[in-house]
Design a protein around this ligand. Structure first.
Ligand SMILES: Cc1ncc(COP(=O)(O)O)c(C=O)c1O
Length: 360
């Protein structure tokens, strides 16, 4: 296979899926993995076979592609804009479609499009729990919007959603933040219940907080996505061990001309340009002492100062990226590797913006 290419270790991927389902089952919560991490039908099927209950998506294309794999889809992103709404509505009616939103404008758009399409779309009202990205901040604001959902034709009120993306401390240091979050969630659920708006669904979760899900009894489902492959950041946060890493970028050494470094053919267009606090762009799977210290678009610079390894031109190496989701999004296809070494290429089906089959 030509490099650079994203490589998926299927045995580790299956083990990661099983572990997510088990950890969440122990907490009494369902797993609705976010597919943004892999964007692949085949990996989505693997997650559902492992026990995931439905899938979460962010884009119309992810929704269109994943509608062929599950009949239970959550668009965990505010659906705004006529063309996006039209695409969502053309998803087969057998697919149970729910969307998350935080404004009357988004609600009106979804409701209008749903009525026109003759379908009912589920709605989760999104609340902000500290990330300050999207979501309403107060119980009153959440309840006002939930009340509007109940009074609007074309949509059904299903509950609330949040994303705890602000909790990025090490797993061993999250208890206090999770307990605060739990109090907050309980307050919102109680406030809604007192107003006759008790949520059937409380959708939350992330990979860094996955193992702490039992601390949030209000949860009904967790949308952890990165947990299917993990990455350098999740290892640093204690959410994964080195042996859980299921995705690497296979690259070839193309130059050793400059002392103390080697250059590979995976740069920012294969690994992504996400640096981790001055600690480079990734690290070698089999030689953790070697970091990718710099990237150009097609060049990755390996820092050789801390290793006795002398790479040869043409030698192949596997890089653990800092953030797997953005690296997968840069691949045309993935090399899926079985334990016995058998490999096959699979498309990154849900990548990109255009509808499947649509021209430029
Ligand atoms: C809305 C939403 N839900 C779920 C996830 C999945 O979280 P993680 O990447 O920590 O698995 C994300 C990640 O960005 C997200 O934005």
């Amino acid at each position: 296979v030509e490099t650079p290419v994203g490589v998926v270790d299927l045995a580790r991927t299956r083990a990661n899926a099983r572990r997510a389902v088990e950890v969440l089952a122990d907490a009494g919560v369902a797993w609705r993995p976010h597919v943004k991490t892999h964007k692949s039908r085949e990996i989505a099927r693997l997650q559902l076979e492992a026990g995931a209950q439905g899938l979460a998506v962010a884009t119309p294309r992810e929704a269109e592609v994943m509608a062929s794999v599950t009949s239970d889809l959550l668009l965990a992103y505010p659906p705004v804009g006529e063309t996006k709404l039209a695409r969502l509505m053309s998803i087969p009616h057998e697919v149970d479609l729910t969307v998350a939103l935080d404004s009357p404008e988004a609600l009106e758009g979804v409701a209008r499009a749903s009525r026109q399409a003759g379908r009912t779309t589920g709605v989760l009202v999104e609340m902000d729990v500290g990330m300050e990205r999207v979501g309403l901040g107060s119980v009153d604001a959440v309840a006002d919007l939930a009340g509007r959902v109940v009074g609007t034709d074309g949509v059904s009120y299903e509950g609330i959603m949040f994303y705890p993306g602000h909790i990025r401390s090490h797993r061993s240091e999250q208890a206090e933040a999770l307990d605060r979050l739990s109090e907050r969630l309980d307050g919102v659920v109680d406030g809604l219940t007192n107003r006759g708006l008790g949520p059937r669904v409380v959708s939350g979760g992330s990979t860094p907080t996955l193992a702490g899900s039992h601390r949030l009894p209000a949860l009904t489902e967790v949308r952890a996505g990165t947990a299917i492959f993990h990455d350098r950041e999740q290892v640093a946060l204690g959410a994964a061990g080195w042996d859980d890493l299921a995705y690497t970028v296979l690259a070839t050494v193309v130059s050793t001309a400059v002392p103390n470094q080697a250059v590979v053919d995976a740069g920012s267009k294969a690994l992504a340009a996400e640096e981790r606090g001055g600690d480079g762009y990734g690290v070698l799977l089999d030689r953790r002492e070697v970091r990718i210290s710099r990237v150009s678009e097609e060049h990755g610079i390996l820092d050789l100062t801390d290793t006795d390894w002398s790479p040869r031109i043409g030698e192949r190496i596997r890089i653990v990226p800092n953030h797997v989701c953005v690296s997968v999004n840069l691949q045309d296809r993935l090399l899926l590797l079985e334990e016995d070494g058998a490999g096959r290429l699979a498309p990154v089906d849900a990548r990109g913006r255009v509808a499947p089959g649509e021209g430029p």
